[in-house]
Structures are given as structure tokens and as C-alpha cells.
Design a protein around this ligand. Structure first.
Ligand code: ADP
Length: 242
């Protein structure tokens, strides 16, 4: 699904990403961990075309070379990103937020007027269920809890039907119960999509139960199960040495 091959990116001579190679299989969910400054955000920026690498290549869905495409083109190829801070339409209901995000060119007015389309309704129902928001469908997004806003934004991403979802620290600021529910929600989503999750919360990463990649100084420091990675002396040194 995604292949980074020897990617390097410097800012003012400092290598934020240093000869990074990474493979995410189709249908895989991967957790990316690493201390502050490890290069996690820059890696996501490179995948989505927000930042261009100095060296190396990024391939999507086999042989689609993303390296020279811009952000809009990459998004339209099926890569969706959720940033840490939710950006929902506060003055619209949960349901309308999802409707407004459905794939395909449409105007805001058109999306709200053509609310009777059957396939579209089914799609919205499925997304509401997946994101645990069915009972909140008529709630204005402004009135959701922080956790529910995060789920809504994940739903808005799903509405665009991406093959690969990039999710940045989804449980920051969530309660323990919301964190657990988010792990279940992402595991469900990963049955139909490939997912890359950047996360600091190790309880959450454990609940995801997926392969982990630990970045440090822009490269892969350790990779494998969470147990293997968290017991890796190189990882322990990097976390405890700070
Ligand atoms: P992480 O997300 O793992 O905390 P980042 O990708 O944000 O790490 O940052 C990696 C390194 O690159 C950091 O040292 C950061 O200061 C630097 N960096 C990131 N973006 C820029 C930028 N636009 N200009 C200068 N330095 C940057």
C-alpha cells in the first residue's frame, strides 16, 4: 500500500528524515511511535505531499510514485489524513458533517439539498455506526465531547473513502473510556482500509495490537510487536536518555 524508499528531508541542513525506508502492506494498520522530534510529522507531511523529500521515493498502491505530486492530487488518489486537532463544521449536525465530506465534487448547498439519495444515506448510516455517533446524528458538532469530535472527523475522513488513512495522535486529550473505544473503532476501520497511526499513548498502542515502528532521528530505530520494540535496548536508551 505504501513504500518509502530511502527518503531524506533536511531543514536548514538538519536531517528531520534520514534515509527512511518503510513498507505498509495493503490492509495493514501500523503504529508509529518515537520521541518528540523523531520525524513522525515530517514523515506524514511527505506521504501527503505537504513536504517534498530531498531524496528518495514514496510509492502508493504498488507503483504509483507520489514523490512529485502535490497535496490535492495525493488526497484524490485515496490518502486521507486526520490531524491531531479536530476540524469539524461546528454549526452543522453530525450527520451533515459526514454528508458534506462524502467523496465526489459537490457544493455545500447541493450536499444539503440532495439528502434523499439512497446509496448516500446507507453510506452515512454505516459511517455513523462505525464512529459510534448514530445516537448523536442530530447533535451540532459544537456540542460534542472532544472524543466524539475526533470520531466525527474520522467519519468525515471515511466519507472520502480513502484506501490509506493517516491518523495523527487520535487519543490525545481523550478519557480512558474514549481511548479504548477509539482503539476498537480503528481496528474495525482497519478491516477495510490501511491505516497509519502516530501515537504517544502506549496503552492505546497496546490496545491496537498492531506492528509498531519506532522512529528516531528520522530513521527506523526498531520495528515489530510492541513488546519487542519496547524491550529493545536502543529504544529504552532513546526514551530514558532524554
Ligand atoms: P515529531 O513529529 O516526531 O515530533 P517532526 O517531524 O515534527 O518530529 O520534527 C522532526 C525534526 O525536524 C525536529 O527537530 C523539528 O524541529 C524539525 N522540523 C520539522 N519541520 C520543520 C520546519 N518546517 N523547519 C525547520 N525544522 C523543522
Amino acid at each position: 500500500m505504501l513504500y518509502l524508499n530511502g527518503v531524506t528531508k533536511s531543514f536548514d541542513g538538519f536531517k528531520a528524515i534520514n534515509n527512511l525506508s518503510l513498507v505498509i502492506q495493503k490492509g495493514e494498520m501500523r503504529a508509529i511511535i518515537g520521541p518528540n522530534g523523531a520525524g513522525k510529522t515530517t514523515m506524514m507531511d511527505i506521504i501527503t505531499g505537504k513536504t517534498r523529500p530531498d531524496k528518495g521515493e514514496v510509492f502508493f498502491a504498488g507503483d504509483v510514485d507520489l514523490t512529485h505530486h502535490d497535496e490535492a492530487a495525493i488526497a484524490s488518489m485515496g490518502i486521507g489524513r486526520k490531524f491531531q486537532k479536530p476540524t469539524v463544521f461546528e454549526s452543522h449536525t453530525v450527520e451533515d458533517n459526514i454528508r458534506l465530506s462524502l467523496a465526489g465534487p459537490r457544493s455545500v448547498l447541493g450536499a444539503l439539498v440532495h439528502r434523499k439519495d439512497r446509496a448516500e444515506r446507507d453510506r452515512i448510516e454505516t459511517i455513523l455506526e462505525t464512529t459510534r455517533l448514530t445516537a448523536r446524528r442530530k447533535t451540532y458538532a459544537a456540542n460534542l465531547s472532544h472524543g466524539q469530535k475526533q470520531w466525527l472527523e474520522i467519519g468525515m475522513l471515511l466519507a472520502q473513502d480513502p484506501e490509506l488513512l493517516l491518523v495523527d495522535e487520535p487519543v490525545a486529550g481523550m478519557t480512558d473510556a474514549e481511548t479504548e473505544e477509539t482503539a476498537r473503532l480503528l481496528r474495525e476501520i482497519a478491516q477495510h482500509h490501511s491505516v497509519v497511526v502516530v501515537e504517544h499513548d502506549m496503552h492505546f498502542v497496546r490496545a491496537l495490537g498492531v506492528k509498531v515502528t519506532c522512529l528516531h532521528e528520522g530513521s527506523v530505530l526498531s520495528e515489530g510487536t510492541l513488546d519487542k520494540v519496547s524491550n529493545d535496548p536502543k529504544v529504552i536508551e532513546v526514551y530514558l536518555g532524554r
